[in-house]
Design a protein around this ligand. Structure first.
Ligand code: SF4
Length: 308
């Protein structure tokens, strides 16, 4: 089958089966191009909650499909790459949070959405990189916060909000290597460019970056918005490099320079066009969360959605 045949068949099956394809910005360009909705974690969660489709084909890693199923239990959520995992989500367990909560009964657990359903079930509030500051700022000032699992996003939030926080020692293997030296060297190499940085990067709380006039910290959706609205023509992109596919599509006259050729999430690339087609044809691999766990995991997501 040629790529065009595969795409046509995907479109046909989507219509026949009342399916929708949601894809993350970090998936392969050809997968992004067949998606009905392309987004970051927050945008995809919102879309999963409001679709009328019977089937959601979730092009992303496992915790994302699980989150979609928690939000939309009446939908059949399919993941084309069953074993697409995430170093962040795998870095903390529900048991870890249970122990922490026992030691800190008055504390509040804020979990990044990049976590398993089991971890969400022990969480007070979820957040994404788009709304993490807003979520933490909305919490009572006298409460200590345990932030899991990304230490770089946690350190960034602590620095900006000044809140008392314990921060889990997890990291994203794609963003963590993006350090201040790398950012400063690229800014010197491209003196006209802005650098747009995802806060999972280890430079997220370095003053040399935070106070640099051409450095900006954003979620992936924020990076895309900045590039579209800025009068600048050149941008250094300090996040997963497949984001450049959408940036270039939206802004054909602008230049996007990847921070490093290895800022590449191999787990996201496990989702292929062939996998999407097979998922639709066989209605595989369904992701479903046991109902009592789902109800507990939904609560912190709902609290997050209410905050914004
Ligand atoms: S980029 Fe990082 S946080 Fe995102 S899925 Fe890959 S490993 Fe997980």
């Amino acid at each position: 089958m040629t790529q065009t045949d595969i795409i046509n068949r995907i479109k046909q099956l989507k219509a026949e089966k009342n399916a929708i394809i949601l894809a993350h910005y970090y998936t392969r360009p050809e997968v992004q191009d067949v998606a009905d909705y392309l987004g970051d974690s927050l945008g995809l969660s919102r879309e999963a909650g409001k679709t009328d489709a019977r089937i959601i084909v979730f092009c992303g890693v496992h915790f994302m499909a699980e989150t979609a199923s928690i939000i939309s239990p009446d939908k059949k959520v399919l993941i084309p790459a069953l074993h697409a995992g995430c170093s962040l989500a795998e870095g903390v367990t529900g048991y870890d949070l249970k122990c922490w909560k026992e030691k800190n009964p008055d504390g509040l657990i804020v979990s990044y959405v990049n976590t398993t359903a089991e971890v969400k079930a022990y969480t007070d509030y979820c957040c994404t990189s788009s709304n993490a500051l807003k979520v933490v700022e909305s919490l009572p000032k006298d409460k200590k916060i345990l932030f899991v699992p990304d230490k770089n996003l946690g350190n960034y939030i602590r620095k900006v909000t000044g809140r008392e926080m314990e921060i889990w020692d997890g990291n994203c293997c794609v963003h963590n290597p993006i350090d201040a030296e790398m950012i400063l060297a690229k800014l010197e190499e491209y003196p006209e460019a802005d650098v747009l940085i995802h806060p999972e990067s280890s430079c997220s709380h370095d003053d040399r970056v935070l106070h640099h006039p051409r450095a900006f910290m954003y979620s992936t959706a924020g990076i895309i918005k900045h590039a579209a609205t800025s009068p600048k023509r050149q941008f250094i992109i300090a996040t997963e490099l497949e984001t450049i596919h959408e940036l270039q599509k939206q802004n054909p006259g602008k230049e996007f320079i990847p921070i490093h050729p290895k800022a590449y999430c191999g787990q996201m690339k496990k989702v292929t066009l062939e996998g999407v087609l097979e998922a639709l044809e066989k209605e595989q691999h369904e992701v479903r969360v046991p109902e009592d766990l789902r109800r507990r995991a939904l609560l912190p997501i709902q609290r997050m959605m209410e905050i914004g």
